[in-house]
Design a protein around this ligand. Structure first.
Ligand SMILES: [Zn+2]
Ligand SMILES: [Zn+2]
Length: 329
């Protein structure tokens, strides 16, 4: 089969033939329809996430159809539509798995990082970690729901339900999906982008943001919560400055540059800062339930698999509005 393979950090992906993976116990062999490109893929390729399997097939926003069921798998049928996300497996018995926080599992495997992912025509995944998808999600554009959507939703679920003003720093794939959900629930979204990025600010307003501006600016109203998706540590004090008393700042990314020192008064008055790591399967099921009630549009730019390096370059340069998705031939 054709695959885009990471041979070493800092090198472009290599388009080459690899064997179709063998399906093991508890696994599904899947024919990939599409795989979204996540910013995490850039961090892996750049060596900022330091323990990738090598060589590696990246990609953890996978929409696929079941081909073969491994031994012991029940509840799936051939040709069924499934999604595969970042959490590839958890141990089931560490202290985190035991208390409903499997997103923090000590022995987890991660799709497209410690196990092969979806930048390929076929992949295998643990059936228990695959999401059954409604048929209407069987289009390439929906692949980013599997990470941008899910991680965005987990970040959003940390926001108090009564929050009315929500700031989002970094208006990419996760932000534009989340904005549609928040707006449908009657919340106000304030979008922060790179300086003078008029294209991104217009995009944010089109997706439903009531205000869009530079990340260095203060919004016209105090925020109840802020979610930071951009990997820039200097945004954290900015976001703290923008949130009201008792507000929360949530860091939704897996990697961020160093956070500069800031005066205690920005944190005082019971403001909170927290990160979001990975996701639980319960988050995933909740998210897809919400999506079936609040249909979201994903603004996706589609590339053939062998153009993954070009798609990654555009994402890195902030030239993708929404999400980039690879499709298999
Ligand atoms: Zn991701
Ligand atoms: Zn565990």
């Amino acid at each position: 089969m054709n695959a885009m393979v990471m041979e070493a950090p800092g090198k472009p992906l290599n388009y080459r033939q690899v064997p179709v993976p063998e399906v093991g116990p508890g696994q599904l062999l899947l024919k990939v329809i599409a795989c979204g490109i996540c910013r995490t893929d850039l961090h892996i390729l750049d060596g900022e996430l330091a323990q990738p399997k090598l060589p590696l097939i990246p990609g953890h926003e996978i929409i696929a159809r079941v081909v073969i069921l491994g031994s012991g798998v029940s509840g799936f049928k051939p040709a069924e539509l499934v999604g595969v996300a970042w959490m590839g497996g958890t141990c089931g018995h560490c202290k985190y798995c035991s208390n409903g926080r499997e997103n923090l599992c000590d022995n987890a495997s991660y799709t497209g990082y410690t196990i092969d992912g979806g930048y390929a025509e076929y992949t295998v995944a643990m059936a228990d970690y695959c999401y059954k998808l409604e048929e209407k999600l069987g289009q390439a554009a929906f692949a980013p729901l599997l990470c941008a959507g899910l991680i965005g939703y987990r970040s959003y679920s940390m926001v108090d339900k009564g929050a009315s003003n929500i700031g989002i720093y970094g208006f990419g794939a996760a932000a534009h999906i989340l904005t549609q959900i928040a707006v449908a629930r009657g919340q106000h979204v304030f979008a922060f982008t790179r300086q003078r990025d008029d294209v991104a600010q217009r995009f944010a307003r089109n997706e439903g943001a009531c205000w869009a501006g530079d990340s260095g600016q203060l919004p016209p109203e105090r925020l109840d919560a802020a979610i930071i998706f951009a990997p820039a540590g200097e945004l954290l004090p900015k976001a703290l400055e923008a949130v009201d008393k008792g507000g929360v700042v949530i860091c939704g990314g897996i990697h961020m540059t160093d956070i500069p020192a800031f005066p205690y008064r920005l944190l005082w008055e019971e403001r909170l800062v927290r990160s979001v790591a990975n996701l639980t399967r319960a988050d995933g099921h909740n998210f897809f339930k919400i999506i079936s009630r609040i249909p979201v549009q994903v603004n996706a730019t589609i590339f053939p698999l062998q153009q993954a390096n070009e798609a990654l370059r555009l994402l890195r340069n902030g030239q993708i509005q929404g999400a980039a998705v690879l499709v298999m031939d």
